[in-house]
Design a protein around this ligand. Structure first.
Ligand SMILES: [Zn+2]
Length: 443
C-alpha cells in the first residue's frame, strides 16, 4: 500500500494540480443558461485544457457546438484494446457568482488558508484539474493504462448539456466509441463517521428529471360574466393538488445500500416509521439523502391571461418533478390522476440512472481510496440532481460519480455546490490526484 506520509515525494501530478485548479477558476466560464449573456469563457477553458494536453503529445479534438461553447476530447490507448474504454468526463462551465457575497473574488482562484477558492472549486474544476494533472503525468511518463481512457471536458452541463454532452453524443458519438463505463462529478468525497473514520460516497444513481407543463383550457369571456368553465380556476386546482401532494417513500436499491452501510459503520438505525427523522441526524449529507427517499413535484411557473377583465381560454403551469429509478411509469400515472382528466400534461423527460455498486470498476475505486485512506470505506449513494452521466447512459455507458476528495470533518461540503465561498482544500486535491492516479492504473 502506498500510504501518504510526510516523507513521501509528491508526484508531478500532485505538484501541478493546485495550480491547474486555480488557473481554471480564473477563466470565467460562466454559464447563465441564456445564450444572450454567455460569453466565450467555456471555449477559453476548453482551449486552456487542450493546450496543456497538446503540449505533452495528446491528439486532441476540439469542437464548438456553437461559437463559444467549447468541448475537448482525447484518448489514451490502453494495454488491452479488447476491453471497453473508461470515459473520464468533466464540465468546464460554472454557475454565476455574486462577488459582493464572497470573502474573496470568486474568479481569483486564490490559494489561501489551505484552500483553493472560487466558483467551480468543487463543481467541478477540482475534478477537471485532477483529471488533467493525471492525464498529463501519464503521457509524460509513458504510462499505459489497463484499458483505453477517454478524457472529455465539456460545456453546458449547468444548463442541461445541450451545447456540450448532448451535442457531442448526437453529433460525434464516434469520440466515445467502445466506452462502457464512466466516472465524473458529485461523488467520491468523504463524510466523517467519527474522529478517525470516513465514508466515501460514490454516486451509483441519479434521480430523473421530469418537467411537466400542465395545460388547461376553458371558455373565454368577459370578466363580469358568470363562467363555470374557467381555465385559470382549473390550472390553479391542478397546481394546488400536485404541489401539496406527499409522494410515498420508495426504497431503492442504492439508497437502501447507503442506509445499510451507514448502519454497519455507525450503528444508527433507519426505521421505516421514522426514516426521514433518522436520516436528518446524518449532518450535511442528510439534505441530499432525504431528497432521494421520495419523488417530488414542485410547481415553479404559472402563465395565464393578459388582461384583468378577460377570462383567457387557456392557462398553464410548469412543475419540476424529480423521479426515483424504477418509478417512472407509476409516477407518470399518479401525476395524471392527481391533476385530473381536464388538464393535459406535456413531459420533458430525462430518465433516472441506477448502476450496480459492484464489479471490477467499483472494486478498483474502493481499493484506490483505501490505498490512500486506510480508515475510509466506499459506499454508494444516490444524487437528487443530475450530471452528464445521464446523457452518456444513452450510449450505454455506465456512469459513476467519483471525484475523490478527503475532506475535513467540519466542512459543510454539499453547501459549497453553487454556494458562496466555494472552495476546495489543497490537501483534498492532492489526495484525490493520488487516488485517481492509482485508480486509472488499475481500472
Ligand atoms: Zn457540476
Amino acid at each position: 500500500m502506498t500510504h501518504a506520509t510526510e516523507s513521501r515525494i509528491p508526484s508531478d501530478a500532485e505538484n501541478e494540480v493546485v495550480q491547474l485548479c486555480s488557473e481554471l477558476i480564473q477563466i470565467e466560464s460562466v454559464n447563465t443558461g441564456d445564450l444572450a449573456t454567455i460569453g466565450d469563457g467555456e471555449a477559453l477553458a476548453a482551449k486552456y485544457i487542450q493546450a496543456k494536453l497538446d503540449e505533452v503529445g495528446y491528439e486532441t479534438t476540439y469542437l464548438e457546438s456553437i461559437p463559444g461553447r467549447g468541448n475537448v476530447i482525447c484518448r489514451l490507448k490502453g494495454a488491452d484494446p479488447s476491453r471497453g474504454a473508461l470515459l473520464i468526463h468533466g464540465h468546464v462551465d460554472v454557475v454565476p457568482a455574486n462577488a459582493a457575497e464572497w470573502t474573496v473574488d470568486p474568479f481569483s482562484g486564490a490559494i489561501q488558508d489551505g484552500y483553493v477558492w472560487g466558483r467551480g472549486a468543487v463543481d467541478m474544476k477540482d475534478m477537471v484539474a485532477m483529471t488533467l494533472a493525471v492525464a498529463l503525468d501519464f503521457k509524460r511518463r509513458g504510462v499505459v493504462p489497463p484499458r483505453d481512457l477517454i478524457f472529455a471536458f465539456m460545456s453546458d452541463e449547468e444548463a442541461g448539456g445541450y451545447y456540450g454532452a448532448i451535442w457531442l453524443v448526437e453529433n460525434h458519438p464516434e469520440l466515445f466509441a467502445g466506452a462502457t463505463e464512466a466516472i465524473s462529478e458529485v461523488g467520491g468525497f468523504s463524510i466523517s463517521l467519527d474522529e478517525t473514520r470516513r465514508a466515501y460516497l460514490i454516486a451509483a444513481a441519479e434521480k430523473g428529471v421530469a418537467w411537466a407543463t400542465l395545460k388547461a383550457s376553458g371558455t373565454a369571456g368577459h370578466g363580469s360574466m358568470t363562467n363555470s368553465d374557467n381555465a385559470v380556476t382549473r390550472i390553479a386546482a391542478a397546481v394546488t393538488a400536485l404541489g401539496s401532494y406527499e409522494f410515498p417513500i420508495v426504497r431503492t436499491a442504492t439508497v437502501d445500500a447507503f442506509l445499510a452501510a451507514m448502519t454497519r459503520l455507525t450503528g444508527v438505525e433507519f426505521p421505516d416509521d421514522d426514516l426521514e427523522g433518522s436520516v436528518s441526524k446524518l449532518g450535511g449529507i442528510a439534505r441530499i439523502v432525504n431528497s432521494t427517499l421520495r419523488n417530488t413535484a414542485n410547481p415553479t411557473m404559472l402563465n395565464a391571461g393578459y388582461k384583468m377583465n378577460v377570462i383567457p381560454s387557456t392557462a398553464q403551469a410548469c412543475v419540476d418533478c424529480r423521479v426515483l429509478p424504477g418509478t417512472e411509469d407509476s409516477f407518470r400515472k399518479l401525476v395524471s390522476e392527481i391533476v385530473g382528466p381536464d388538464v393535459q400534461i406535456e413531459w420533458v423527460w430525462n430518465p433516472p440512472l441506477e448502476v450496480p455498486f459492484e464489479g471490477a470498476l467499483v472494486e478498483a475505486m474502493k481499493a484506490a481510496l483505501l490505498s490512500e485512506d486506510a480508515d475510509g470505506t466506499a459506499i454508494p449513494y444516490m444524487l437528487s440532481g443530475g450530471t452528464d452521466n445521464k446523457i452518456f447512459a444513452t450510449l450505454g455507458i455506465q456512469g459513476y460519480g467519483f471525484s475523490p476528495l478527503r475532506l475535513p470533518s467540519d466542512l459543510d461540503f454539499s453547501a459549497l455546490f453553487h454556494g458562496v465561498d466555494e472552495r476546495v482544500p489543497v490537501d483534498a486535491l492532492t489526495f484525490g490526484t493520488r487516488v485517481l492516479d492509482t485508480f486509472l492504473r488499475t481500472c
